[in-house]
Design a protein around this ligand. Sequence first.
Ligand code: BV8
Ligand code: ZN
Length: 257
Amino acid sequence: MLGHAARLLARARFAIAFTGAGISVESGIPTFRGRNGLWKTYRAEELATPEAFKRDPHLVWEFYKWRMRKILEAEPNPAHRTLAELENMGILKAVITQNVDDLHREAGSKKVVELHGNIFRVRCVSCPYKENLKESGRVFEFVREKDLPKCPKCGSLLRPDVVWFGEPLLREALEKAFSLAERADVVLVIGTSGVVYPAAYIPYIVKERGGKVIEINVEKSGITPIVDVFIRGRAGEVMPKLLRRIKDILAGGNHYG
Ligand code: BV8
Ligand code: ZN
């Protein structure tokens, strides 16, 4: 399996990666639907919605600040770092991610398409005001703040600049992701249950155009039925092994053929 995946990637003309919450598990960030449930009493689906924010903005901000704190304590893991190295080697052309944790960028990936936004960006519910809290250096003060965050321009509520359930994806990100998928001859799918749409279309677009689909997951997912190579395992363990095999092939170590 690993050798087949390594050969597909080493020979790929235009390989991309498609990642979900599972790639960040080994950085200590709980998945959405995993056993260790993201949020003890509430399901993420109920909190990551405009209705929840309207009904109880305090609770939704408590949920997001809890996640921001967890992510700020987290480090990219070997899976994130391997994707960044594959991009530097010219093998991987882009990472399309459903995650909002910014760990791909932290790991050094340059071409990252964030389909569901970024947890460190906030925007005003009324005016066009947006702020990337990491860039403005306000992230730690923001996370500590107990009161509801207000827009410095118009005084309205600020919200996380992420795509909630029932909200349309950012058109520009979606179009970029779809055009990357249309060009890809290999897509490396890592750590996604493949239940959230329209993001989950990405591997199908590659498949429909004759591309190859490689999946790394600890269990089968909604994508597995269309996968050419399924590697069962934890992303942080599998990815470094896959990289070594690819390097062997590129070094002409043709014992993998
Ligand atoms: C929209 C940002 C329409 C917020 C997120 C019924 C059928 C089909 C679709 C729908 C439906 N009912 C509703 C819908 C639409 C809905 C949807 O798809 N719902 C799902 C739940 C059925 N989609 C939407 O609402 C989207 N918008 O459709 O709008 C529209 C159009 C025009 C105009 C108006 C409206 C918006 C979806 C975006 C929601 N926002 N995130 C935030 O993060 O707070 S999605 C959220 O789920 C995260 O981004 C997460 O990444 C994403 C997907 O989940 P996964 O990444 O796959 O994570 P998950 O926990 O599910 O799985 C983890 C996987 O990792 C598992 O497979 C596990 O085995 C594996 N794993 C674990 N450990 C490891 C590992 N793998 C490797 N190594 C390990 N160590
Ligand atoms: Zn405003």
